[in-house]
Ligand binder design. Structure first.
Ligand code: ME8
Length: 512
């Protein structure tokens, strides 16, 4: 049976335009989804938008637009961003869709039937920006001396009737989950933080609000709408048509991977598994929290005017240079800074020089000296076998990195082989062999073509558009681009198209 793999991005709030941070998590999830597809797995990749809650309601009011009209426009903008970044999602869920509302209410009902929800009154702190309740001891002093959430968000005192989820009952079960499944939450820094948060003791969680209307009504009590996080987390099930266990997608539960930002690890690794346990459902296999991007050393913010739309970067640098930079710059899971200087450097050094030149040199030698025809694979020297051996282990090596969400390490594995390929071409000097030993020159070029094919195949998840072009230039048919296809070498005799550069160097324009 084909292995199934279910991977998700967060569903993004529609209170503003998408920026590079949203694109980041989606690109990472896209790499994982594409990698599993190339491994022959049955993948379901979900993204979407989180459209309820007080924050979105207020943003619509501020724009003087009806909430539905407001969320329709911004959700479409997020979908456009996903398409522009080549996010290969299988479904895009919106929490205002009837299918989601139905599922979220069914989940609520199931949790309530287990006895884990009761009616009470909430009195305490709420940070609208985070859509999160905080206890007094979590608060910090803001720059103006007012109380703030640990994230810096302003807090307000809220007092209203509310349904509660018996989160306190789940403390031991959650700690047991973290202990028996250390891979459940990554990276380690997020894991440590969560374990200590849960060890400090869990209070029951307010899961409904009565002071505004823009949400999903609580089943059986229309005066309440669900807390936006109960509503939002349910998206991962509603896309599978929960509670219909006969639905074709039902078999994708439990999710293999929820990719999130570190700001929302708590919701995914504490609240979500507790809700699922109460509903008698399996918990996801893994939650992984990516780090935080700043821009030229500053936090992105509307007031600083430094919020970057990923589509603008793509316009300037090309999609794959941006995707590559984001996943290459810092070990996945860590914080990072986006600066033009480092983006240009990565593009020029690693893409244009290391990979682009290796490909261009090889293909132009084949064009000039072999009439553009793929030469025979003949007996290999020790050096040939060494390089091809390094290529052959890449899919498995990378699979284990991707399993741990070590996306940057997976890229580093490929770059080691690219560097080895460059050392090989320099040492073998096929341009010199042309005059001394034409047969050996052909053998060397064939080894290089096979090396490049392996490299381009495993890089497809990271840079789908440019690797598509590279594989076409290498004479690799569409059906020959999976990892399994690498077991069969390309037949000699195919004519390659005229070589064209894949990664142009970026030259900064002089100011006018
Ligand atoms: O939290 N660096 O939505 P959201 C890295 N609706 N990642 C960033 C980032 C940055 N500077 N800024 C945003 C929500 N992100 C909820 C989620 S899921 C059931 C509900 C990414 O629009 C990161 O993945 O605030 C973060 O977790 C997410 O965008 C937050 O998006």
């Amino acid at each position: 049976m084909t292995a199934r793999f279910y991977v998700t991005t967060p569903i993004y709030y529609v209170n503003g335009a998408p920026h590079i941070g949203h694109a980041y998590t989606s690109i990472a999830a896209d790499v994982v989804a594409r990698f599993h597809r190339l491994s022959g797995h049955d993948v379901f990749f979900l993204t979407g938008t989180d459209e309820h809650g007080q924050k979105v309601e207020q943003a619509a009011q501020a724009a003087d637009v009806a909430p539905k009209e407001f969320v329709d426009a911004i959700s479409a903008n997020f979908r456009d961003m996903a398409d522009a970044m080549a996010i290969s999602y299988d479904d895009f869920i919106r929490t205002t869709e009837p299918r989601h509302i139905k599922s979220a209410q069914a989940l609520w009902q199931k949790v309530a039937d287990s006895g884990a929800i009761y009616l009470g009154a909430y009195e305490g702190w709420y940070a609208l920006r985070d859509e999160c309740f905080y206890s007094e001891d979590e608060l910090v002093a803001g720059p103006d001396g007012t109380k703030r959430a640990p994230t810096g968000a302003p807090v307000e005192w809220v007092k209203e009737p509310s349904y509660f989820f018996r989160l306190s009952d789940y403390q031991d079960k959650l700690l047991e989950l973290y202990e028996t499944h250390p891979e459940f939450l990554g990276p380690n820094s997020a894991n440590r933080e969560l374990v200590s948060f849960v060890k400090q003791g869990l209070r029951d969680l307010s899961v409904s609000r009565t002071s505004f209307k823009w949400g999903i009504p609580v089943p059986g009590d229309d005066a309440h709408v669900m807390y936006v996080w109960f509503d939002a987390l349910a998206n991962y099930l509603s896309a599978l048509d929960y509670p219909n266990t006969d639905a074709p997608r039902a078999a994708f539960w439990p999710a293999n991977l929820h990719l999130v930002g570190k700001d929302i690890a708590r919701f995914h690794a504490v609240y979500w598994p507790a809700f699922l346990m109460a509903a008698g459902l399996e918990v996801p296999r893994k939650v992984f929290a990516n780090g935080w991007w700043t821009v030229e050393g500053e936090k992105m913010s509307k007031s600083l005017g430094n919020v970057i739309d990923p589509r603008d970067l793509v316009q300037e640098f090309g999609l794959d240079a941006v995707r590559f930079f984001l996943l290459r710059e810092v070990p996945f899971g860590g914080d990072s800074d986006l600066s033009r200087k480092s983006l240009i450097m990565r593009n020029n050094v690693e893409l244009a020089n290391d990979l682009g030149n290796l490909c261009q040199r090889t293909l132009s030698l084949v064009a000039r000296n072999c009439d553009g025809i793929i030469p025979e694979r003949r007996e290999l020297t020790e050096e040939d076998s060494k390089l091809l051996g390094q290529v052959a282990v890449l899919p498995n090596l990378m699979a284990s990195q991707i399993e741990r969400c070590a996306l940057t390490d997976a890229l580093e594995d490929v770059w080691k082989v690219i560097r080895a390929g460059n050392a090989y071409i320099d040492h073998q000097a096929p341009w010199a062999l042309r005059k001394t030993d034409v047969e050996r020159m052909k053998d060397v070029l064939r080894v290089l073509l096979d090396t490049l094919r392996g490299i381009a195949t495993v890089l497809q998840p990271f840079m789908p558009q440019s690797m598509d072009r590279m594989l076409t230039q290498l004479g690799v048919e569409t059906a020959e681009r999976s990892f399994a296809a690498l077991d069969v070498i390309l037949p000699a005799g195919r004519t390659l198209p005229a070589p064209q550069g894949i990664f142009p160097r970026y030259v900064e324009q002089a100011p006018e």
